[in-house]
Design a protein around this ligand. Sequence first.
Ligand code: GRF
Length: 276
Amino acid sequence: MGWPRMPPNSLGRSPDCGRVVAYADCGRGSGTLWQARLYTNEAPRPEGRGFKMMEPGRIGGLPTPIDRGRVEAATPLRIGVLVSGRGSNLRALLEAFPVGHPLVHIGLVVTNRSGCGAIEYAREAAIPVEIVSGSDYASRDAQQAAMAARLAAAESDLVVLAGYDQVLGPSLLEPYAGRMINIHPSLLPAFGGTLHAQAAALRHGVKVTGCTVHFVTPEIDGGPIIAQEVVPIRDEDTVESLSLRILAQEHVILPRVVALIAAGKVRVEGRRVRVD
Ligand code: GRF
């Protein structure tokens, strides 16, 4: 689908500009404003003083990342990951961005499920985990406000939903508008709004399905699409076999999208997302 293929160990490099030597002005503590910039070892370009910048834009009526000024030092993009389940996408992120990675720092994992498998992956990697259970809060909104507070305390620039199973309300959506992405196991907009998208695709009889990484907006699974990967459906497929093949692609595109955002290569034009 025209998506650049890059091995994980090339994530710190840009295919067109050379080595990334410094990037990411993240605007810590500044609400919705952040900007990743890409410096290169090329001679400075007259129009860009040697770096490329994302365009300001809007996502579904919400602000998108915008420039906040010149970066002086290399600062990795800090991400917070929200999880509810087995955590294989979290594991893929942890493998792509181990502690000390120059482009992305996984600062916090937040979960609403105290027994979920994802917690183990985070602990093995020595990443802080916050368990924010619904039973400890009077409402879902209060629970999500507590999550937002923890993500802010960890200075998260970008929030990644990696198998998070709750619908999000304004307490999380608003502070992270334009700074939150989700992975969904179908080719959106087909089979959105369900936790059983693989079964829905099989039931419907489509011949191809896949996975989508998109920005999160109030419309469930409806935000601007950043990346998709196609997975053909075989006659003999079961929900399990299809889910496994989709999952393998999820583990590729989610870290790739995070790396591209960190490198300042993702910009939004209305509903369309451009990857430079
Ligand atoms: C994945 O299929 C993802 O697309 C969906 O939830 C599942 C999470 O799996 N949003 P895991 O917990 O990352 O293994």
